[in-house]
Write a protein that binds this ligand. Sequence first.
Ligand SMILES: C[S@@+](CC[C@H](N)C(=O)[O-])C[C@H]1O[C@@H](n2cnc3c(N)ncnc32)[C@H](O)[C@@H]1O
Length: 225
Amino acid sequence: MTSGNVAFDEPVAAHYEAWYETPEGQRADELEKAILSRLLQGFSGSGSVLEIGCGTGHFTHWLADQERLVVGLDFSPAMLAQAQALDGVLLVRGDARWLPFADGAFDLTAFITTLEFLERPREVLVEALRVARHGVLLGVLNRWSVLGLQRRLAGLFNQTIYDAAHFYGVGELKRLLRSVAGGKAHIVWHTTLFSHGWPCSQARLPWAGFIGMTLVVSDGFREVG
Ligand SMILES: C[S@@+](CC[C@H](N)C(=O)[O-])C[C@H]1O[C@@H](n2cnc3c(N)ncnc32)[C@H](O)[C@@H]1O
């Protein structure tokens, strides 16, 4: 199965983690996790998380380190082969459009740099909300950032995983979530400051490199300052 024109196949999977080893990748990783962590802390008692599009398990393992019970789901066997099932982490092969779980099976569902690659994002978010008791956590690269522009240009001029990706800005992401949750939508978001590499990880800038956003559908959320 492919996501766009370039599949998450073995060559892509084999090199996927290497970016996180670069200075830019390490910095981005640190900032992104700071934002996701702040949003996660807002959900009191949210113990279980389904990470949809878990890939090589980079964030799946980090979520488990936050003392969450985590299931990682991905449709690419090559990406999953790079991921490891550890204590507190279960890996499942499946399609985000038809999650093999009961209604409300998890406290949260999460998409971390995955929404951009989904062919039917609205349909997938409806399904993600079905299996989540408290809400959905999103981490996306910002369409209107330098990094987003670089990725979009790379997708236009090279055959990369970005060639069929759709990058979102804050406004489009909010509209998408509202269209999924309707009147129930309580949306909280944070960004990195400017682009990756900038020393501050907590801001609310529409042109920042990375957006963390949650759709909250239960009462158990409080903003963490
Ligand atoms: C860019 S990777 C992100 C992986 C991981 N979340 C991370 O940030 O390192 C996107 C992942 O989404 C997966 N994916 C795309 N469409 C999917 C679908 N419909 N169902 C399940 N996984 C999907 C791909 O196989 C890929 O592993």
